[in-house]
Design a protein around this ligand. Structure first.
Ligand SMILES: [Zn+2]
Length: 125
């Protein structure tokens, strides 16, 4: 099996609900999304999938959140915009996009800072 990793960055503001601490106040992050893709078949060029294609797909998913208050953008107007929830949201959307191409998302991580990130991966089938 092959595994690719693609990083995409965006800026966003958010605040956490049901949480006591500074993160309950509006603040911003330079988010970094880390998408890991796996598959077994290479194309004629010897690629699993073009890095740029994965980058475009992740960018399309996060574009609504870029330079916005995440809490105002669905589904995070209802769902708390924690790194965990955001990782799962991006994971599930990316899975929908890549499945028709015969590719599987291993995990999606989202880094809020250099030190803090959350990853989501599908349960083993
Ligand atoms: Zn935060």
């Amino acid at each position: 099996m092959y595994e690719l990793v693609v990083h995409v960055s965006f800026c966003g503001a958010h605040f956490l609900r049901d949480y006591e601490g500074p993160c309950a106040n509006l603040h911003g992050h330079n988010y970094r999304v880390e998408a890991r893709i796996t598959g077994s078949r290479l194309d004629r060029a010897g690629m699993l999938v073009d890095f740029k294609r994965v980058k475009q797909l992740v960018e399309e998913i996060v574009r609504p959140f870029d330079h916005r208050v995440t809490n105002e953008v669905p589904p995070f107007n209802h769902l708390n915009p924690t790194a965990e929830n955001m990782a799962r949201f991006i994971h599930d959307r990316l899975t929908d996009s890549l499945k028709p191409l015969g590719l599987q998302v291993v995990s999606v991580g989202i880094w809020e800072t250099e030190k803090y990130g959350a990853f989501y991966s599908s349960p083993a089938e």
